[in-house]
Design a protein around this ligand. Structure first.
Ligand code: HEC
Length: 100
């Protein structure tokens, strides 16, 4: 049940609010400069795997948010929880899913 709880928590915070327009711009910059340095720009893959919509389609929001927040131990994927709130991370995942 722990996952279920986490999911409700996530959806609650996702729908509660979204980042301010200025913060959205900062997040887009982070995506290009920081994430892009490993995942590519557009993020078709490099050191890290592709983050293009087709690659993300089979993956759940909960899993993607978790990896971005916590990183993936034993790999180059660092944790971003000190820089990104869960709401901001969810917003970024949504952006990645919508990218052309
Ligand atoms: C220093 C390099 C590096 C940076 C910077 C980085 N990543 Fe990663 N990322 C990786 C690697 C390597 C993996 C693959 C980990 C593995 O082998 O499971 C990964 C995995 C992921 C995954 C999981 C993909 C999947 O299919 O399982 C997501 C989502 C992700 N990164 C998003 C991001 C986002 C968003 C950012 C910027 C906030 C970011 N990454 C920054 C290296 C990086």
């Amino acid at each position: 049940m722990r996952n279920f709880w986490l999911l409700s928590l996530l959806s609650a915070s996702v729908f509660a609010d979204e980042p301010s327009p200025q913060r959205q711009q900062e997040l887009i910059n982070l995506l290009k400069h920081d994430c892009g340095s490993c995942h590519g720009l557009p993020p078709k893959g490099g050191l890290g795997p592709s983050l293009m919509p087709d690659a993300l389609a089979p993956k759940t929001d909960a899993m993607l948010i978790e990896v971005i927040q916590k990183g993936r131990a034993g790999t180059a994927m660092p944790p971003w929880q000190d820089f990104l709130s869960i709401t901001e991370t969810a917003w970024l995942v949504e952006k990645l899913r919508q990218a052309e």
